[in-house]
Design a protein around this ligand. Structure first.
Ligand code: APR
Length: 178
């Protein structure tokens, strides 16, 4: 089941909320800052413990890492790093799609029954919201229907929430989500 809401993702009592992080995974502004503030210091410590794959990089762009949610109502935080938008012709669409695919896979591996996404890359990273929303909805629909056919069990009915911070973003998602 897929739905779109407008609100603050840090308040959602879902199994996992997705964080639009950066590759260092030690916090930042936007939704990253909000999640770290709400989760508390332990989230920073848990991120620090995530091994670097190369100096200064804990989560490469397009990949995802999972930590507990600590003081958040959500059980887990899935940190993913979206692409910085240039012109859409430097692999940005594929990397953004990978963020959604890898976050969903990590949620399923951790038996999550519900997951909430912010509008990844559409803030500081400058991804045009319409293009990003189309990729987000396409990837979520593909993942959910794939599981429904191959594994008609728990993961098939994972509840996916697109949590838009602004009314404008919600309007755009509402036009795309069937
Ligand atoms: N709940 C839900 N969505 C939020 C919240 C919140 N509390 N705060 C911000 N947002 C929305 C923004 O309005 C935007 O639509 O999250 C979306 C993503 O914007 P950013 O947080 O700027 O993330 P992104 O564009 O992916 O840039 C990531 O910004 O904060 C830094 O450390 C982060 O370097 C990374 C970069």
């Amino acid at each position: 089941m897929i739905k779109t809401i407008q609100g603050d993702i840090t308040t959602l009592a879902v199994d996992a909320i997705v964080n639009a992080a950066n590759q260092r995974m030690l916090g930042g502004g936007g939704v990253d800052g909000a999640i770290h503030r709400a989760a508390g210091r332990e989230l920073y410590e848990a991120c620090l413990a995530v091994p670097e794959v190369r100096p200064g990089v804990r989560c490469p762009t397009g990949e995802a890492r999972i930590t507990p949610g600590f003081r958040l109502p959500a059980k887990f935080v899935i940190h993913t790093v979206g692409p910085v938008y240039r012109d859409g012709r430097h692999g940005e669409p594929e990397l953004l799609a990978a963020c959604y695919r890898n976050s969903l896979a990590l949620a399923a591996e951790n038996a999550c029954r519900s997951i909430a996404f912010p509008c990844i890359s559409t803030g500081v990273y400058g991804y045009p919201i319409e293009d990003a929303a189309k990729i987000a909805v396409r990837e979520v629909q593909a993942a959910v229907s794939a599981r429904a056919s191959s594994r008609p069990d728990a993961t098939a009915d994972m509840e996916v929430v697109f949590c838009c911070f602004s009314a404008r973003d919600k309007t755009i998602y509402d036009r795309i989500v069937p």
